[in-house]
Ligand binder design. Structure first.
Ligand code: ASP
Length: 441
């Protein structure tokens, strides 16, 4: 078997939304011999008001389960594939596949099965177009009885199956339950399949082709023309995605991280852009000590004050016990000598604010306790910060010069990030100010 470089290439929905996009994607695959395993999404939107095929299929399922006529909706799905098939002049028929899907919809198939057909059909077309083998994901991706992804079983069986093939197309987004029925990942889950395949074939690289040239240092709706991130570590990415920066499905990091395989985010419409490289670890950093800035609105902080708090055994534990008993997760725990802050998601505590304060007060007998809402958190992330003195002071000086009041600071012990809380009204301006402090373009 071929022992040379192996790449797993995943294409997102917009990269396979039309015959024209299929052509671009196939050209990318065939440009390098190493691109041997391909994971497609279902056809996505061709233009902003367009529909994703997955959504159309879910609609068919909804109509079918309400006992209503879904034929027009299914015909619209079929039309999407027909346009691709005829546009590429492919002599492969999807008639039988559609007949089976229609029959299963009539028979009351599961929602997951219906949703998964978008990837399944796209996989058949793409495999035929590329001349690659087609491997149904239901035969190589497994979930357990509880619907939890079974990474080890999947890895074993998929590795074995794919080792026998020179090249293959494996549809993204779904797998099967022990009874053989189809189960999907959450939306956007083809990214996860790509990562699983990369691990199974021990790929040298997992290329994730989408419609942006990688991650940007900040949200372009907030910062004008932010620079792309060339290189980021898994951990930095995790910090930024926690704060809402999304390009990749969250669960897609784990399998490749486990195997130490880098991910390269690329743009199908601009294949010569290098995109963003996501790597297990990096010693050096780029021109800027900051890798990226991201943030989220909608946080509340409970401020607790008590003299000699630091000497009181179990103080923090009692606070957290209250949250635990109320079934709430906390986001951050910035603390001082006699103060402790508990940052919570406003959605999680909505309507329960007084109850939380009363319960914490009972448990800890503080000198003062209050809750402040309407905060936003901003994470300034950079692996270079640990080696560069003065980064924090630059962040805070810049924000202060802009007249923005910082309500709370939390520097992760890893020194990978600095998190600051500002009032929601200052959110956008704070991000832009911090970005401009580090990037002069
Ligand atoms: N087609 C699925 C979705 O729209 C999965 C994916 O594209 O990754 O969510």
């Amino acid at each position: 078997m071929n022992e040379s470089i192996k790449k797993v290439v995943k294409f997102g929905g917009s990269s396979l939304a039309s015959a024209e996009q299929f052509r671009k994607s196939a050209a990318i695959v065939l440009a390098e011999e190493s691109r041997r395993f391909v994971v497609p999404s279902a056809p996505g939107k061709r233009f902003p008001e367009d529909e994703k095929v997955t959504d159309m299929l879910l609609d068919c399922h909804r109509l079918a389960s309400e006992g209503r006529d879904f034929s027009a909706r299914l015909a619209a799905v079929r039309e999407r594939y027909e346009l691709i098939r005829t546009g590429l002049g492919l002599a492969v028929s999807l008639d039988e596949a559609f007949a089976v899907i229609e029959e299963n919809l009539h028979k009351g198939c599961s929602r997951d099965y219906a949703a998964s057909r978008g990837e399944y059909l796209n996989g058949i077309l793409l495999a035929f177009y590329l001349g690659y083998a087609f491997v149904d994901a239901a035969e190589v991706v497994f979930f357990d009885e509880d619907g939890i992804f079974d990474g080890e079983k999947t890895n074993r069986i998929m590795a074995e199956r794919l080792s026998q093939l020179e090249s293959a197309v494996i549809p993204g987004f779904y797998g099967s339950l022990p009874d053989g029925s189809v189960k999907t990942f959450s939306r956007g889950g083809s990214d996860v399949t790509g990562a699983i395949v990369a691990r199974a074939v021990m790929a040298d690289l997992y290329e994730n082709w989408t419609d942006v040239s990688g991650f940007l240092m900040a949200d372009p709706r907030i910062v004008r023309n932010p620079q792309p991130i060339k290189l980021i570590t898994y951990r930095e990415l995790r910090e930024l995605s926690y704060m809402g920066a999304t390009v990749l499905h969250e669960d897609s990091i784990f399998p490749v991280k486990l195997a130490g395989i880098p991910i390269n985010i690329r743009n199908t419409n601009r294949p010569s852009d290098p995109g963003t490289m996501i790597v297990p670890a990096a010693d050096s950093y780029g021109e800027s000590v900051i890798t990226g800035i991201a943030g989220k609105k909608g946080f509340a902080v409970v401020h607790i004050e008590k003299d000699m708090m630091n000497q009181e055994l179990g103080f923090g534990m009692r606070v957290l016990q209250v949250l635990n008993d109320m079934g709430m997760c906390f986001e951050h725990l910035p603390s001082g000598i006699d103060t402790m802050g508990v940052v919570l998601d406003e959605k999680v505590i909505a309507g329960k604010e007084r109850e939380i304060l009363a319960a914490i007060a009972r448990a800890t007998e503080p000198d003062h306790i209050e809750i402040e809402k309407g905060l936003s958190l901003i994470a300034v992330v950079g692996r270079g910060m640990i080696k560069t003195p003065g980064t924090a002071s630059r962040v805070f000086a810049a924000v202060a010069r802009a007249g923005i009041n910082v309500r709370m600071i939390d520097q992760g012990s890893s020194e990978l990030n600095i998190i600051l809380a500002v009032e929601e009204k200052d959110f956008e301006r704070a991000i832009d100010t911090i970005y401009r402090e580090f990037i002069h373009a």
